[in-house]
Design a protein around this ligand. Structure first.
Ligand code: C5P
Length: 300
């Protein structure tokens, strides 16, 4: 049973003051884009994980034990049904690791769907979303895919109208960034941030009517400054992408991946060519919105 799950980008990521539980309130718009991890689930007596790199993804930081969110997803699903089961998970990683593209969340969502099918559990969508939210803030969106509004700590997702066909230039970085560290730096830089995050209204309005220029003007990420503060060379990377991309550029999630929005495939490919020529080693061109975690191959 193989399930595919997509990377996500945040078109807008508004972050409010840290809550009493240590998490931050978000007002965000997620979009699933065409960079994928595939998770194959097969029967096993104990939990096993193997990770294989697709293209140039460096998988050396991916845990191969219960620290892997996909294994935790499987354990949570089994516990939800009162089962004592394990499985083997083979993960083909096309999504850069620790890049702000929610690759680990994609694996967890894919594992939930794959194991639900493998074990023939028929878990309701509502229960799967609930289990996903317990695994991580971005996991419910990885199940849903498409374009969605995110609230709460990001786990409360609602699909939104998106008439567009969006192209993204995705520039990964070879050293990942820790999400908690970036949120911590935001708290340090802005101890008096408002409790209610900035609204994603302008992005939602632009998506509804398919206004590419208005969408570009509304893109924003509150985690960009703290990520650059932690990693000053990221500021140089953002400037380099801006100098070669005729369009909006922003940090993806908690970084360090940098994104450029393009109106067409040709436009994105031109930026990619210019960045490769400028010495950037890896640049992807992807499209969105694409589907959430879905079965691509049945077992047997
Ligand atoms: O939800 P998830 O486990 O992916 O979050 C990882 C870490 O990122 C959290 O432990 C927290 O430090 C930070 N985080 C946050 N506010 C959010 C989402 C994540 O502070 N809304």
């Amino acid at each position: 049973m193989t399930v595919r799950a997509a990377a996500k980008v945040n078109l807008v990521l508004g972050v409010g003051r840290v809550r009493a539980d240590g998490m931050h309130p978000l007002d965000t718009v997620y979009q699933a884009v065409s960079l994928y991890d595939d998770v194959r689930a097969s029967p096993s007596e104990q939990w096993e994980v193997a990770v294989r790199s697709v293209g140039d993804v460096d998988c050396s930081g991916v845990p191969l034990d219960e620290g892997n969110l996909a294994v935790r997803a499987g354990q949570l699903l089994a516990a939800h049904h009162g089962l004592d089961r394990a499985a083997r998970l083979d993960i083909d990683k096309g999504i850069p690791v620790a890049g702000g593209l929610a690759g680990g969340s994609a694996d967890a969502a894919a594992a939930l769907v794959a194991l639900d099918r493998l074990w023939q559990l028929r878990t309701s969508d509502e229960d799967l979303l609930d289990l996903a939210a317990r695994l991580g803030s971005d996991v419910p969106f990885a199940l849903l895919g498409g374009t969605a509004h995110g609230a709460g700590r990001g786990e409360l997702v609602t699909p939104v109208a998106d008439t567009g066909d969006h192209w993204w230039v995705v520039v990964p970085h070879d050293v990942g960034l820790s999400t908690p560290a970036v949120y911590g730096e935001l708290d340090r830089l802005h101890p008096d941030a408002p409790a209610v995050p900035r609204s994603s209204e302008a992005v939602l309005a632009a998506l509804l009517v398919g206004d590419h220029a208005a969408l570009g003007a509304a893109l924003h990420n509150d985690l960009e400054d703290p990520a650059v503060s932690l990693r000053p060379e990221l500021g140089e990377r953002l400037a380099l992408v801006r100098s070669h991309h005729d369009g909006p550029v922003l940090l993806s999630g908690s970084g360090p991946t940098v994104l450029g929005l393009s109106p067409t495939h040709e436009h994105a490919t031109a930026t990619r060519g210019a960045l490769l020529e400028a010495g950037v080693p890896v640049v992807h061109v992807v499209t969105g919105p694409v589907a959430g975690a879905h079965v691509v191959e049945l077992a047997g």
